[in-house]
Design a protein around this ligand. Structure first.
Ligand code: C2E
Ligand code: MG
Ligand code: MG
Length: 584
């Protein structure tokens, strides 16, 4: 395609060319028509002269001026000799006889020779051509200027489109472009960190205080605090992005930036903002821009959860968690329908003698494509998606139905915090017990510490209500979270399940044994039955028994397994095999 200026140049050349060709053609046509005229003129002059001489011989005379003119190409058309010319319109020249009288007339029509006209037109044509050339030149100049202006305003518009109006920083799209550039320019093993910073409190600023001013101040503080090599962009109303190449350790720089951005004296008002940041690095966490930004986003979310001032670097577990979340939300309801969910049971043995006294029901999901997905992964998702009530009811009913086969064992069922908070759990337990016909004394409900702390009064009531049904309540994973021994006595619990993290220290660290001994002693002092989870070695078993715990559960005795496996274990026990047989 031709540009506008090229078009003008081409048109000018064509116009000048056309003018020249027209002129040349016109000139040639004029020359030819004059040639014909001239030939005719000479022929008619010859005839006329012959006629004159025929009449008067040598004696007559003609004006020599006329003869000179007639011998030139003078445009004399239809030249004749007439003794008595009819038309007075024609030009005429008298011919004089020997006696000096007018003997006749040479007559003709005067036509103008075309070439002469052309000669006269030539300057005009040349003038037109020159005007055209000048015109084209001027138009080209104007066009050039217009193009320059356009380019300038385009660049300005581009800058405006690329940057955030308030802060002048690159905007989201531009930031991604700059990040691409940074990634492309990264030399060899250099690390590029992509940092996302979210500022809280900007939206709360009321109009009088000047939100715009504060944003600009925060942005400025951020930029000042970072090394000059860092690329800073504002990618959302309260979100900034930073790309830093070179430094492995970015946390100190981010810390400095967060501190600067949240300084109380930033605008001289009482407004306080807070900020948190998440980051991911190439090549450690990602090699492409998409991956890098996505992972920085996940880190930012984790930082937001941690609270103001938090700086979180990407961790591979974030990725799994977020990928699984979507997948699980979609698949879990279907999985339940499709019977992909089942319960496994893990034996619980008496510390004294090792006899199996109960089982803990543990939910298992084997996805047809993904394979096994752990309850610690999908149960929190089920809670978030509002599916826990359905899932919890399924577990309770299924556990009680299957427990009917083991009249000598109790069955422990885990309740999620959400289930315990909902008062309808009491009705569900009542209904499930009635449907299965299992004695309430054989059901142990496991709840966790967190739910007790959040709402102590209601939980005391809830445990009382459950007790009224005849079931027991155990505190699961004790010591894994708050480990506040003092609050324990407020709750009418029956059993303490000590978290396996305490067991792991047994026999390896010097005071590991002391702590677990103290906890077991405390539980017993509160009148609770004490169970220790996660017993994996013979040494741990011996030490825990010495510590005085009542029951144990762990891989040493048996891993969670389908109900059939419990049937087999019970059959073996009846045949008088030792408890060690459980590990087989
Ligand atoms: P939990 O209730 O504390 O269950 C014990 C967990 O420890 C189980 O993991 C079990 O497989 C594991 N475990 C048992 N013995 C050992 C051992 O010796 N060593 C080690 N390393 N681990 C051992 P699991 O089945 O993955 O369950 C994880 C958590 O998911 C459970 O912790 C429980 O909080 C929750 N959960 C499982 N099933 C259900 C359910 O049906 N409903 C609810 N609300 N939560 C469930
Ligand atoms: Mg449990
Ligand atoms: Mg536990």
């Amino acid at each position: 395609m031709l540009s506008a200026s090229q078009w003008i140049a081409v048109l000018a050349i064509v116009a000048v060319g056309a003018t020249m060709i027209t002129a040349a053609v016109g000139y040639e046509m004029a020359r030819r028509s004059d040639e014909k005229l001239w030939t005719e003129q000479r022929a008619s002059l010859r005839n006329a002269m012959a006629e004159f001489r025929g009449l008067f011989g040598r004696s007559g005379s003609i004006d020599p001026g006329f003869v000179r003119m007639a011998e030139q190409n003078a445009g004399l058309k239809d030249l004749k000799f007439e003794t008595n010319p009819a038309s007075s319109q024609r030009e005429m020249q008298p011919a004089i006889d020997a006696q000096g009288r007018i003997a006749g007339f040479f007559t003709w029509d005067r036509v103008h020779p075309m070439t002469e006209t052309m000669n006269r037109l030539m300057p005009l044509i040349a003038g037109i051509a020159i005007v055209l050339v000048i015109f084209a030149g001027v138009a080209l100049g104007m066009l050039r200027r217009a193009q320059r202006d356009l380019a300038a305003s385009e660049a300005q518009a581009q800058r405006a489109a690329d940057s955030d109006k308030l802060t002048g920083l690159p905007n989201h799209a531009k930031m991604l472009e700059l990040l691409d550039l940074a990634l492309a320019e990264r030399a060899g093993p250099e690390i590029t960190s992509f940092v996302l910073i979210e500022v809280d409190g900007l939206a709360d600023v009321d109009a009088q205080c000047g939100n715009d001013e504060l944003v600009a101040a925060v942005a400025n503080a951020l930029q000042q605090a970072l090394p000059p090599s860092a690329t800073v962009g504002r990618i959302g109303s309260d979100k900034f992005a930073v790309a830093i190449t070179g430094a492995d350790e970015v946390e100190p720089a981010i810390r400095a930036a967060l501190d600067a951005m949240t300084r109380p004296d930033l605008t001289g008002t009482a407004v306080r903002v807070s900020a948190h940041a998440g980051f991911a690095q190439t090549p450690r966490h990602a090699t492409t821009r998409g991956e890098l930004t996505r992972r920085a986003e996940l880190a930012l979310r984790a930082a937001a959860e941690k609270g103001p001032g938090a700086i979180v670097g990407f961790d591979m577990s974030f990725d799994v968690a977020s990928a699984d979340h979507k997948f699980i939300t979609r698949e879990l309801p279907r999985a339940l329908e499709a019977n992909e969910l089942e319960l496994h049971y893990q034996p619980i043995v008496a510390a004294n003698g090792g006899k199996m006294v109960g089982v803990e029901a543990l939910l298992r999901w084997t996805h047809p494509v993904r394979g096994p997905i752990g309850p610690a992964v999908f149960i929190p998702v089920a809670e978030q998606m509002g599916f826990m009530e359905v899932l919890g009811a399924f577990v309770l009913r299924r556990a009680l139905m299957e427990a009917k086969r083991w009249p000598d064992l109790y069955v422990a069922v885990n309740l999620s915090p959400l289930q315990v908070r909902d008062a309808s759990i009491v009705d569900l337990v009542r209904a499930a017990l009635r449907e299965s016909g299992v004695a309430p004394e054989r059901l142990v409900l496991e709840i966790t510490e967190g739910v007790l702390i959040d709402n102590p009064e209601e939980m005391v009531q809830r445990i009382d209500d459950l007790h009224a049904l005849g079931v027991s309540v155990a505190l699961d994973d004790f010591g894994s979270g708050y480990s506040n021994l003092g609050y324990l006595q407020r709750f009418p619990l029956d059993k303490l399940k000590i978290d396996r993290s305490f067991v792991a220290g047994l026999g390896t660290s010097a005071n590991g044994g002391v702590i677990i001994q103290a906890i077991v002693a405390l539980g017993r002092a509160l009148g609770l039955s004490v169970l220790v989870e996660g017993v994996e070695t013979e040494q741990q078993r011996v030490l825990l028994r010495l510590a005085g715990c009542d029951e144990m559960q762990g891989y040493l005795f048996a891993k969670p397994a389908p109900a059939r496996a419990i049937d087999r274990l019970l059959a073996q026990a009846r045949q008088g095999r030792t408890p060690e047989a459980l590990t087989a």
